[in-house]
Design a protein around this ligand. Sequence first.
Ligand SMILES: [Zn+2]
Ligand SMILES: [Zn+2]
Length: 117
Amino acid sequence: MSPQRIQLHGPEGTLVIEWSDGHRSTYPYRYLRDRCPCATCTGPDAAQAEKHGEPLGAPALPIFGTEALKPRRAELVGRYALQIFWSDGHSSGIYTFDYLRSLCPCERCTAGRNAAE
Ligand SMILES: [Zn+2]
Ligand SMILES: [Zn+2]
C-alpha cells in the first residue's frame, strides 16, 4: 500500500492521502499528532509526562498548545514511510504507510476495523 498523492495542508486542518488503490484518507492534524509512533510518545516516559500534564516532545516551547498545531513539513522516508515535522517542534515520528492506512478515520475503514475485531 502506497500513497499516490500526499496533501500536507488539506481543507480544515487535515492531511490528505490518496492511496494507490484509489482510497482517500483525511486525517485531522491533532488526530495524527496524538498517534505519533515515536518512542517518546509511546514509551513509558510519555505516560509519565502525560500524568504530570507536561507537553510531549517540546520542553523548550512553553507556549505549546496556544498555537494551532500543524505540520510544518513532511519528508518521505525511503519508500515506506512519512516523517512529519510538527509546528510544536516534534519530528521524530515516522509514520509508515501501513500505519497511516490503518489509522484512516473514514467510516468505511472504521467499520472494517470494528468488524475484524
Ligand atoms: Zn512522537
Ligand atoms: Zn478509509
